[in-house]
Ligand binder design. Structure first.
Ligand SMILES: *[C@@H]1O[C@H](CO)[C@@H](O)[C@H](O)[C@H]1NC(C)=O
Ligand SMILES: *[C@@H]1O[C@H](CO)[C@@H](O)[C@H](O)[C@H]1NC(C)=O
Ligand SMILES: *[C@@H]1O[C@H](CO)[C@@H](O)[C@H](O)[C@H]1NC(C)=O
Ligand SMILES: *[C@@H]1O[C@H](CO)[C@@H](O)[C@H](O)[C@H]1NC(C)=O
Ligand SMILES: *[C@@H]1O[C@H](CO)[C@@H](O)[C@H](O)[C@H]1NC(C)=O
Length: 207
């Protein structure tokens, strides 16, 4: 009777290991942040100053990579700032896995293609700055679903179409820079009504 009453220590360790592994592969960690950033690195086709090529190395923590800042509380990537690095490339869907990201700044580069829908997973995002690149396609309607978005800057790209009506959802938005794209029509009235806090919409390119 006593024999079946307890697990041998080795078996206990085995069960714990299997369970532990299952847990860590299901919930995002700094490792999934690393995977997301490596996916981005693999999409860079031109890096003239070899910034990512030499610095984004798996032998050091992503938190020490150039352009990357981690939060002290959760030790996850909170800021990705690759502005003015002369990078050419596209944005991979995996970037949506940076679930603690607050600031994404990729302005003044040569990123092209469209912005992947998976970025909607970035529920904590407050600032997205992608101005002065070569992004194209319609301005995604899912931009309206970032609950915390305070700044959105997409100026000097090749976005086409109209400003999506979902932008009316961005109740926290203070900065919206869309100038020098191929947008049609005017800024819809509901946006002006719903975004009373907006401080300026097109005056500065420094953001
Ligand atoms: C990567 O860049 C950061 C910030 O510039 C620097 O502190 C670090 O030493 C660099 N690491 C490598 C391996 O070049
Ligand atoms: C990351 O993103 C990709 C594509 O969006 C997805 O297939 C994958 O399951 C995500 N999770 C991790 C932990 O990499
Ligand atoms: C746009 O970015 C390029 C670098 O890619 C920079 O040289 C240029 O000054 C930027 N233009 C503006 C108006 O910010
Ligand atoms: C911008 O997009 C339009 C189509 O919407 C295309 O005809 C044009 O060549 C693009 N311009 C640049 C500079 O990519
Ligand atoms: C956002 O706006 C759209 C249309 O303006 C609306 O249908 C939708 O329910 C809104 N979503 C949220 C999360 O507020």
């Amino acid at each position: 009777m006593g024999k079946t009453g307890f697990l041998p220590p080795l078996m206990f360790l085995l069960i714990f290991t299997i369970f532990g592994t299952t847990l860590s592969s299901n919930s995002p960690t700094i490792t999934s942040d690393q995977r997301a950033l490596l996916a981005l690195k693999s999409r860079i086709t031109h890096d003239p100053h070899n910034l990512l090529a030499t610095n984004w190395s798996t032998s050091i923590s992503v938190c020490n990579w150039i352009g990357v800042t981690c939060g002290s509380k959760h030790h996850r990537v909170t800021v990705l700032d690759l502005s003015s690095m002369d990078l050419t490339g596209t944005i991979p869907s995996q970037l949506g896995n940076l679930s603690f990201l607050i600031l994404l700044r990729i302005c003044h580069n040569s990123f092209h293609g469209s912005l992947p829908t998976e970025l909607t997973s970035l529920h904590r995002l407050e600032y997205l700055s992608a101005g002065n690149n070569s992004f194209s396609g319609e301005i995604p309607s899912w931009f309206g679903y970032f609950p915390k978005l305070r700044g959105l800057s997409l100026y000097m790209n090749n976005f086409s179409g109209v400003i999506p009506s979902t932008f009316g959802n961005l109740s926290k938005l203070k900065i919206l820079l869309l100038y020098r794209n191929n947008l049609k029509g005017q800024i819809p009235k509901f946006i002006l009504l719903d975004m009373r806090q907006i401080e300026y919409m097109s005056s500065s390119s420094s953001y």
